[in-house]
Design a protein around this ligand. Structure first.
Ligand code: FAD
Length: 501
């Protein structure tokens, strides 16, 4: 059998996944591929997905976007991490920052020096030495590569943005690079009788769009990958039980803090995302433990500013596709699986799947080896993120509701049990080399959720007790000086990227 060269790419769906795919393919393969994106205004997009992680900066660099223009046109803000309120136990809070606390010394990471001091009676938390925490406490933001002349890294950041403005921004970008947009609802899918590959889609009214390769960005519907190609879905709700959300915008915060807030509730948690023109809010919950009406009430009661619309319900099942690429079709975005939004990882997964697909993109329809490699790597990535999310739910002292009792007592994957045991012993982190979350992330969430190691790394014992105290004091002084020199987040936005509307 001869295989046809891949010349025409069809992307079905025009949400964040569709337009990121279109933008990246147009930028990197636009000279050799014709790209057409089909979307239906009648169906619309999921309309959420407004908080990101620092890896998005890589995507922006690949696309050649001007950062300030991008933030301005999406009414965006900057994000230094996520504040978790009431997660480890009621009344506690911690910031999962995008950066390291302090700096490593004598072969041991900073948290090991801090652990050693804490185990000897030092009473300051790890976050006392975090540049990101101090900047967040003062609602400050600026570009800072490193702290003074030290080896201490500066501010790592991501963005919050308006999801609909983001899709519109990427659409304008993609169309400028020649992507053809077709409005219409897919009503049928045609396949090759021999290979089973998709050959064309039929739109309402009978219009046909044919292609050599298809990207399914149809959201939770999974129109091509699930409904047409029959690829199954692994349901992970026994580990990540939330299956519903209600989203509502509210007026903007008076002080624009540079972080997302995630507040644990009785049957889930509530997000707060600060934008320049409004605040994004949502309540993520498990419908086995709370009714939709009650969930909407909890959401509205928990708002910091007045609501400007009614809550909108969204249903989902946490899990992933059995295969991410089947025949001549790859699923990207919500069609490929969903890890709930606690750590803002979905847009990252879109970007990482797009870049992996670009790396393995077939020249012809014959791509079994590339497909296997793609599926293997996407599955591993989903599983690593899954374990990190489960940690937040399972490792808690909360017993005050049926939901939290379920989460505390549920069985978790062996891979996470191992990480918990290792950290509880000496504060070491058993992450895989390609894990999305860095050592600093695992350390902050383990400590924040209440895991205090019994010992520490012997490499942190090289300093005398007095040297160790001096080291900690110096780190604090250095970060205080660095934060003193930063503008407020609002000043930074006003100076460089005030909202377009
Ligand atoms: P959608 O936005 O649903 O787009 C689907 C597209 O397919 C639409 O254009 C639709 O018109 C089209 N379509 C569907 N069927 C057809 C058809 N038959 N014919 C033609 N077109 C069709 N991610 C983050 O990174 N950070 C977050 O903070 C975050 N928060 C979230 C909160 C919640 C409650 C949820 C549910 C998700 C969140 N996400 C978040 C995930 C994020 O919203 C999605 O990853 C992102 O929006 C991508 O969605 P999508 O493009 O895959 O699907």
């Amino acid at each position: 059998m001869t295989h046809k060269a891949v010349q025409k790419l069809v992307i079905v769906g025009g949400g964040t996944a569709g337009w990121i795919s279109a933008a990246a393919f147009a930028r990197l393969l636009g000279k050799s591929l014709t790209i057409e994106l089909v979307e239906s205004d009648a169906i619309g997009t999921v309309g959420v997905g407004e908080a990101t992680i620092p890896q998005i900066i890589r995507l922006n660099t690949i696309l050649g976007l001007d950062e300030h223009d991008f933030v301005r046109r999406t009414n965006g803000t900057f994000k230094l991490g996520i504040e978790f309120v009431d997660w480890g136990s009621k009344g506690t809070r911690y910031l999962h920052t995008f950066g390291d606390a302090g700096m490593s010394l004598a072969g041991a990471p900073f948290h090991q020096h801090w652990l050693r001091a804490a185990q000897a009676g030092h009473d300051k938390s790890l976050w006392h030495y975090s540049l990101h925490q101090l900047a967040a406490d003062h609602a400050k933001f600026g570009k800072l590569d490193r702290v003074g002349n030290t080896a201490m890294t500066g501010l790592a950041y991501a963005y919050h943005f308006d999801a609909s403005l983001y899709a519109a921004y990427l659409r304008a970008y993609s169309e400028k690079l020649g992507v053809k947009r077709t409005e219409g609802m897919v009503s049928a899918v045609m396949r090759d009788g021999e290979s089973g590959d998709i050959t064309k889609i039929i739109l309402d009214g009978g219009r046909e769009v044919s292609g050599d390769f298809f990207i399914d960005c149809t959201g939770f519907r999974g129109l091509l990958i699930g409904q047409e190609l029959g690829v199954g879905y692994q349901d992970w709700s026994h580990w990540l039980p939330c299956n519903s959300a209600q989203a509502v915008p509210s007026e903007r915060l008076e002080t624009l803090v540079p972080y997302t807030r995630a507040t644990a509730k009785d049957a889930g948690w509530q997000w707060r995302i600060p934008l320049q023109h409004r605040t994004g809010n949502g309540h993520v919950y498990c419908s086995d433990f709370i009714s939709d009406d009650e969930a909407a009430r909890v959401l509205l009661d928990g708002l910091d500013t007045p609501a400007i619309a009614d809550p909108r319900p969204i249903r989902f099942t946490t899990g992933r596709r059995e295969q991410f690429w089947s025949h001549n079709c790859a699923a990207i975005g919500l069609s490929s699986g969903f890890l709930e939004p606690l750590e803002s990882t979905s847009i990252h997964l879109i970007q990482s799947h797009v870049s992996r697909l670009l790396q393995l993109f077939p020249g012809t329809g014959n791509a079994a080896a590339e497909r296997d490699e793609y599926n293997r790597r996407c599955a591993a990535e989903f599983e690593q993120i899954r374990d990190f999310l489960i940690l937040h739910y399972h490792q808690t002292a909360r017993k005050d509701s049926e939901f939290w009792r379920y989460c505390r007592n549920m069985a978790v994957p062996d891979s996470l049990t191992h990480k918990l045991a290792l950290f509880a012993s000496t504060g070491r982190v058993g992450r895989d080399a390609d894990d999305l979350f860095r050592e600093a992330s695992w350390v902050q969430v383990m400590l924040g959720q209440g895991v205090m190691p019994q010992g520490h790394d012997p490499m942190a014992t090289g300093l005398t007790g007095q040297q160790s105290e001096e080291f900690l004091t110096n780190v604090r002084k250095l970060i205080e000086r660095a934060v003193d020199g930063l503008p407020t987040h609002q000043e930074y936005l006003d100076a460089h990227c005030p909202a377009a509307i």
